[in-house]
Design a protein around this ligand. Structure first.
Ligand SMILES: *Cc1c(COP(=O)(O)O)cnc(C)c1O
Length: 386
């Protein structure tokens, strides 16, 4: 499908990047399960030499993801963290990064336990007022890292304001981790970001069967750098996984519609429940950055966190053990509803003192609301909360 930028989201999700197979006309992109490609003479080939550099199934997926993010270039990686690793490898010792202080635990871990040791300096700051970023910029600043909505506190960061700050300074790249929103709900490049990152593992793949990451950009030089790192470091996804993600993307818009519908119902149910203390969800008018969320997101998604009036780990665990439809598991964004306990699961690598500073207390429960029948989800919440 050419000029995919001109099509609407659902049409792009189904068609972008995918062409009938040139050899057979197969409508589904084949799984090119091959490591190498035969050349007719040294250097004479059909565009593919070795599958770490390029693979037709992967290429179709990279085009699809670029189209969904209104980007010219897409790169996929063996995991979301491998994509983050590639972004950080564009930096060198002495460079500085300004990052949101409320972010995915694995991102915090790779920043502090891998790249800090290699001489990169990180400033973890509260970006609920994005103007704060400006205060931390100096000549060494090379990267601003934004995750919005944040995980698990569902804070919203104003991408446009962050982009305007990045643009005032040469050589600062604004990268947005768009995993929670998906390109269906939010398009950071359209708001002025330079780079968008996804854990494909979550909503984009959508079926809890693949680990993968992606980057997309309109900046040719940045794409070339990232493409070089992708090939030189070699953290590429295999063709079978790329096929599964291509299949998943075809229903991304349909799944997201239902995630959003179910999300609003679950958020409103929790809000009035006597055992619940606070519900964190950007769709509430009372959310501190609801106005920004309404502007930069098309809808509010199915990720919801809530704390309990009995603010203890014991109270949270009692509830988590009772769920029958919601499965207790790390991860999010699949068709099935999941529940988790960030303090002891996804965010256990963040020190307790740091966690509590951002409101991530011991009773906090995070829900990834799936696409099941809403009546069954509400019933499950009722019985688990008791
Ligand atoms: C899961 C996740 C990641 C890491 O991705 P993997 O595919 O697990 O490596 C990064 N950021 C966010 C927001 C995530 O949810």
């Amino acid at each position: 499908m050419s000029k995919s930028k001109n099509y609407r989201f659902g049409t792009k999700a189904i068609h972008a990047g995918v062409e009938p197979d040139s050899a057979t006309g197969a409508i589904m992109t084949p799984i090119y399960q091959t490591s190498t490609y035969v050349q007719s003479s040294p250097g004479k080939h059909k565009g593919y030499e070795y599958s770490r550099s390029n693979n037709p199934t992967r290429k179709a997926l990279e085009k699809s993801i670029a189209a969904l993010e209104n980007a010219d270039y897409g790169h996929t990686f063996g995991s979301g963290l491998a994509a983050i690793d590639a972004v950080l490898k564009t930096l060198k010792a002495g460079d500085e990064v300004i990052s949101t202080n409320d972010l995915y635990g694995g991102t915090y871990r790779i920043f502090t336990q891998i790249f800090e040791g290699l001489g990169i300096k990180f400033h973890f700051i509260d970006m609920s007022d994005a103007n704060e970023i400006e205060k931390y910029i100096n000549d060494n600043t090379k990267l601003i890292w934004v995750e919005t909505p944040t995980n698990p506190m569902m804070n919203i960061i104003d991408i446009k304001t962050a982009a305007n700050i990045a643009k005032k300074h040469n050589n600062i790249v604004l990268c947005v981790d768009n995993t929670f929103s998906t390109p269906y709900l939010q398009n950071p490049l359209d708001l002025g970001a330079d780079l968008v990152m996804h854990s494909i593992t979550k909503y984009i793949a959508g079926h809890s069967d693949v680990i993968m990451g992606a980057l997309a950009t309109n900046n040719k030089a940045l794409s070339e750098k990232l493409g070089f790192i992708q090939k030189a470091s070699g953290a590429v996804p295999g063709p079978q996984d790329c096929f599964l993600v291509l299949r998943g993307i075809k229903t991304l818009h349909l799944r997201m519609q239902r995630h959003c519908e179910n999300g609003v119902t679950v958020a409103n149910f929790l809000k009035t429940h006597p055992k619940v203390n606070k519900v964190y969800w950007p769709g509430f008018k009372s959310h501190p950055n609801h106005d920004i969320a309404s502007k930069q997101m098309h809808d509010f998604g199915g990720m919801i966190s809530f704390s309990l009036k009995d603010d203890t780990q014991k109270a949270a665990i009692e509830i988590l053990e009772k769920f029958e439809v919601f499965a207790l598991a790390e991860s999010l964004g699949g068709v099935e509803s999941l529940c988790g306990h960030p303090a002891s699961m996804t965010h256990s690598s963040i020190p307790k003192a740091e966690r509590e500073k951002i409101g991530l207390t011991d009773s906090l429960i995070r829900l990834s609301v799936g696409v099941e029948d809403i009546e069954d989800l509400i019933q499950d919440l009722k019985q688990a909360l008791g």
